[in-house]
Design a protein around this ligand. Structure first.
Ligand code: NI
Length: 178
């Protein structure tokens, strides 16, 4: 069990730059990762970054075989990634709807790189490197942004495409201009 909670937009720790992890395979790191996965899965999320639970370290967890929040999304392997970095590959940007456990009930249309190569370390310090696209690429970009104090509305280019998911479901926005 955990007594940490997910911080919501407005909490100052969500705006901080997190510090790189320097020690791997330690009991505190492994238990933090377990806790993050548990919190993410309990909340029905597909990603969580350490600062969202008030820990200023460059750690993200993501992935889901299937998600209630994103039922049409392809499965992403459940992954803990430490000190993540990515570079865009060809394919440009594309806009897609995102939510965030720190902005409960809200969704926004956010431009992201369509294809990326990402790299980071697993809990034991071993390199993980993948080339991904679409939703998987989007999730990694979203979570990595949290480590630099960036929340998805800061990436949006049109705040008209931002709102409560219940309202958006009733009145789907016209996104033809994307
Ligand atoms: Ni988020």
């Amino acid at each position: 069990m955990t007594n940490r909670r997910i911080l919501r937009m407005g909490h100052p720790l969500l705006l901080k730059t997190s510090a790189p992890v320097t020690e791997f395979g330690t009991a505190p790191l492994l238990s933090l990762l377990d806790e993050m996965l548990e919190i993410m899965q309990a909340a029905g999320g597909v990603g969580l970054a350490a600062p969202q639970i008030g820990v200023g370290q460059r750690i993200i967890v993501f992935g889901a075989e299937e998600s209630g929040r994103y039922p049409d999304a392809p499965p992403i392997p459940v992954t803990a990634l430490i000190n993540p970095e990515f570079e865009p590959l060809d394919g440009g940007m594309e806009s897609g709807w995102e939510g965030c456990l720190s902005l409960p009930g809200l969704r926004g249309l956010v431009p992201r790189y369509r294809r990326i190569r990402y790299r980071g370390l697993d809990p034991q310090g071993k390199v993980i490197e993948r080339e991904v696209e679409g939703f998987h690429a989007r999730v990694v970009q979203h979570e990595t942004d949290h480590l630099d104090g960036i929340l998805y509305p800061m990436r949006m280019d049109d705040l008209r495409n931002f709102g409560f998911e219940e309202e958006l479901a009733l009145n789907p926005p016209d996104t033809d201009s994307y």
